[in-house]
Ligand binder design. Structure first.
Ligand code: AHM
Ligand code: MG
Length: 336
């Protein structure tokens, strides 16, 4: 019988073979995984753990927070602040960055997360997840305190990214820039076990994911793309398409990494001053890097998402990602 490869072993081997995972980065990823395990337990308990429902507070984006949004945020902070691997954290649920308190050793990494993505699905028992992105703190002179400016780096500078999906299985999906690996939580052993390595997204697909209720607000290129899909075999695409929309980005992206597809949350006319709904730094960037590492593509319609220079921490972005040929098609429509 071949031995199961745990997340720890996977990372140790990466560290040993090509040093793509320095020891502090390995510690960071393991701590995030441990926090995700704990969030997974809270999610599983649901009503029995008293974790469902609203917290009656709002985050910086003016969204009502659920109890689990806050619990997941606290779990991630408590797990990460004392290990010595981080300089600071940023989260969808916190207005400002959180520097590691001075009583703990300071590390060289920056961790960003959406602690509980798909919040609208928590209370209805549909898959949700945690998304994370890791950057290196830039060298900015000796002893200078970490600031929001240090976080404002393009997604192409990420050194690790991933998500953990809390669904029928709890699965951690990770990239350190050497392909995408999936680890399933073995609850009896309490460890994440490698169940898929070097994930590949098919270049073509017959499946698209978009919130169709916003159709009347879309811009012409997105409308054209979806119209052509809906025309099916008789239309210009010459094939029938299927549609899926979970309303949890983690679940939609997980499906795309598993069997292909295209996911879109484009800019729309409801709030024209906002570039999109999803957040660049802790939703779009980690997901875009995972998708690219699996052979897919990710753009905002005009530009590769990983090349977008963030101007603020909670910046939003239009997102088109998934099977390469489809993403290229939608992006081309934006240019014509
Ligand atoms: P959240 O981080 O507050 O949960 O919001 C992000 C979610 C994504 O997971 C999902 O793709 C999208 O919002 C769903 O939006 P909508 O409810 O407009 O379909
Ligand atoms: Mg989210």
């Amino acid at each position: 019988m071949t031995a199961k490869i745990s997340l720890t072993r996977y990372l140790v081997e990466k560290q040993r073979v090509d040093e793509s995972v320095p020891s502090h980065l390995r510690l960071l990823i393991e701590v995030v995984a441990r926090a995700c395990k704990s969030i997974s337990h809270a999610v599983n308990k649901g009503a029995l753990g008293g974790v469902l429902g609203t917290a009656h507070t709002e985050n910086v984006q003016g969204e009502v927070q659920k109890k689990l949004d806050i619990i997941a945020n606290e779990v991630l902070i408590e797990a990460n602040e004392w290990g010595g691997h981080l300089a600071a954290m940023a989260s969808e649920e916190m207005d400002e960055i959180l520097a590691v308190p001075h009583r703990y050793p300071q590390g060289e990494y920056l961790l960003l997360f959406d602690p509980l993505d798909g919040s609208s699905n928590i209370d209805v028992n549909v898959s949700i997840g945690t998304i994370f992105s890791v950057l290196k703190k830039p060298e900015n002179g000796h002893g200078q305190a970490v600031s929001e400016q240090d976080f404002l780096q393009c997604g192409s500078r990420q050194v690790a990214a991933g998500y953990c999906i809390y669904g029928p299985q709890t699965t951690l999906v990770l990239t350190v820039g050497d392909g995408v690996a999936m680890f399933t939580l073995d609850r009896e052993q309490g460890s994440f076990v490698l169940t898929e390595d070097q994930v590949r997204i098919p270049e073509d697909t017959k499946e698209f994911a978009i919130n169709m209720s916003n159709m009347r607000h879309w811009d012409a290129p997105v409308r054209r793309y979806v119209d052509e899909c809906l025309e099916g075999k008789e239309g210009p695409r010459g094939k029938d398409f299927n549609m899926r929309w979970v309303a949890s980005m983690v679940a939609d992206v997980h499906r795309i990494l598993t069997r292909g597809g295209i996911f879109m949350y484009p800019w729309d006319k409801r709030e024209p001053e906002k570039p999109g709904k999803l957040r660049l730094m802790y939703e779009a960037n980690p997901m875009s890097w995972l998708v690219e590492q699996a052979g897919g593509a990710a753009t905002n319609g005009r530009q590769r998402i990983l090349d977008v220079q963030p101007k603020k921490l909670h910046e939003r972005v239009s997102v088109i990602l998934g099977s390469k040929n489809e993403v290229e098609r939608v992006t081309k429509y934006h240019g014509t």
